[in-house]
Write a new protein. Structure first.
Length: 168
């Protein structure tokens, strides 16, 4: 199954079940079919000029729905086995330098930490440095040119979501 990340709160003219969770401050994702059939969603059940409208079981692809459930389960399982995110992540900004120094508080279940970064025009992390079980790290990459994150690593190899550092 091919899964794509779409950086948008929701689709135009309709909402998803994830939105109330986001508005309450919880992390949430939405899963949507990329080729939607608008006659069979957000419609009252009816027949109009010979066309059946409405969200009816006869129009559901249950094999596809089961795969969406498996993707959801795998994502939740992976996140449940990862350590919590590092806390109070900051980046040193009191001096001009081409290096970047980070500080954070450790979390239970982490055996190490990673510094990740990406060019500002990229959506995913492109670089990673394992820094070990420490609470500070310096990398020879300018904080002015990339987006940084710090993430926790568990003994099983699972990683927390990265935390963007705040200026210190």
């Amino acid at each position: 199954m091919s899964v794509e990340v779409i950086y948008r709160l929701d689709r135009y003219l309709r909402g998803g079940d994830h939105r109330p969770f986001l508005e309450a401050g919880y992390a949430a994702n939405r899963f949507t079919e990329p080729r939607e059939d608008f006659a069979h969603q957000h419609q009252d059940v009816r027949v109009e000029k010979g066309t059946q409208y409405g969200d009816l079981a006869e129009f559901c692809d249950f094999y596809y729905i089961s795969r969406v459930g498996k993707v959801n389960g795998a994502a939740m399982w992976s996140m449940a086995n990862a350590p919590d995110r590092p806390r109070n992540v900051t980046i040193e900004t009191t001096a001009l330098t081409n290096d970047s120094t980070f500080f954070w508080q450790g979390v239970q279940g982490a055996i190490g930490y990673e510094v990740v970064w990406r060019p500002t025009d990229q959506p995913f992390w492109t670089h990673v440095i394992e820094v070990g079980d420490v609470r500070t790290a310096t990398v020879m990459v300018s904080k002015d040119n990339v987006e940084f994150g710090i993430r926790s690593v568990a003994v099983n190899g699972y990683r927390s979501p990265a935390v963007f550092p705040l200026p210190a």
